[in-house]
Design a binder for this molecule. Sequence first.
Ligand SMILES: Cc1cc2nc3c(=O)[nH]c(=O)nc-3n(C[C@H](O)[C@H](O)[C@H](O)COP(=O)(O)OP(=O)(O)OC[C@H]3O[C@@H](n4cnc5c(N)ncnc54)[C@H](O)[C@@H]3O)c2cc1C
Length: 497
Amino acid sequence: MLAAGSQIKTPQIAVIGGGISGLAAAHQIVEMHPESRVALFEAGDRCGGVIGTENIDGFQIELGPDSLLKALPWGVGLCHRLGIQDELIGTDTTHQKTWILRSGKLQPLPEGLAIMAPRRIWPTVRSPILSIPAKLRMACEWFVRKKTEYDDESLAAFARRRFGRETFERLIQPLVSGIYMADPEKLSMQAALPRFIEMEAKHGSLIRAARDTVRQQKKRERSGTATINSGMFVAPQKGVGRIVTAILDRLPDDSVRLNSPVRELTRSTAGDWKLIAADGQPEYFDGVIVATPSDKAARLLTNINKPLAVDLNSIDHSGCVVVTLAYHRNDIRHPLNGHGFVVPAVEGRDIIACTFSSVKYANRAPNGQVLLRVYLGGATRPHVLIYEDDEVLSVIARELNPLLGIQGSPTLTRIVRWPNVMPQYHVGHLELMDRIDDAVTKLPGIELAGKSYRGVGIPHCIHSGEKAAERLLEFIAARESSTGQTQTVPTSTGNSS
Ligand SMILES: Cc1cc2nc3c(=O)[nH]c(=O)nc-3n(C[C@H](O)[C@H](O)[C@H](O)COP(=O)(O)OP(=O)(O)OC[C@H]3O[C@@H](n4cnc5c(N)ncnc54)[C@H](O)[C@@H]3O)c2cc1C
């Protein structure tokens, strides 16, 4: 946090990357220090990165993310600061079901299962998703000894150790893959799912931890302090893209440079940073926030610190194809009384998940029509990225239609390919991050922000952009006060911890 009354001249700051991380960084700078001159360089012809909302024929289509997790404060918090908090809507809580594919049939996810923490036993016992031996093995989790010395391990290793192979393959893998599009044999528990490690450490068992959560909830209900279940996610009524436009409205008109991929970043002899974008003209900045994916950051920093660039480049990213389809309601037999389904890798399909978008959020489709969003690909099915449109649609016809009883053709189809967009936090990611952070600290006036580092969700990305902005303003203030060029800077907005 910037100290009260810190001294700073008008800072010239470049933000590279106009995804939500870069936008949040630019917004934080303008909010904390309105006189600063911010230039946000975006390679593409629009801001938002993987965030994008389109309105076509009365349908509201999300090209990438569709929700903000409420439990993390930074997404909803930013919406409040942008004045769009009243536009946030929750997911439909009357139809919260999720299904999992089992041997070609959709089976309801057992109620009360929070990825790896079953809060209710009977729904899992009764569920046809697991065999009887798998259920018995799952019950033994209560007695599996906790690890005493915790080095990082993969999701697959953790889940198999605690619950057994089948529960991992049939329940845990599909639920987590839907979020991280990751290979579970490589996904780091410490970086991606630390709360389950904490549960194991504190309670010795995830089932015990889940039972404790239920006990606490009942206690709160008895004392009248329990919160009503209003769902875990929210989104702006006009779609997640609304957050992008709300930020752009707050940035000075001339601050955003579209179609401006930054090609070169070097330290100038005067101690500031020389940046060259698409127009080839050098520009100079007191500080730079690199809010691109890590492989692009590696390219920019390779001449500045080679080992740092190598580390940045070692963070893999997986891709996916998002297909949005509209149908007449009468053309689908399935009751669509839930948010969607996920597909375990062992089912051998290209589809990894499907969201019933117009059920999950209200007003996403005109009356009598429904909107579905299908995800294909992820780290374990990279081949789908090279499918032509007709191949994608034949996968949909082959894999989706029989599951939902779809008879007619879609009235609208939107296919978006997202190659290399989802960072893969492999085992050891946090150690790698410590090394990266350490190297960046030694580059005065450079900060990194974005999904590749310490959280992929929108709230995490916002937080990383805001913290990068605060650190940079702090650094510039300290440097200016030591050279005597001063101007007072307000304190941090106090939105981030
Ligand atoms: C399909 C999908 C669904 C998702 N669903 C959700 C969800 O529901 N909820 C959630 O919380 N999260 C979700 N996520 C994750 C989340 O949306 C992303 O992690 C987050 O939006 C990434 O933001 P970012 O700014 O870090 O990166 P990006 O969005 O990738 O933005 C980086 C930007 O940098 C630009 N850039 C790159 N190189 C340069 C350069 N040299 N010069 C200038 N600009 C450059 C790029 O053009 C891009 O605009 C989803 C992700 C995907 C792909």
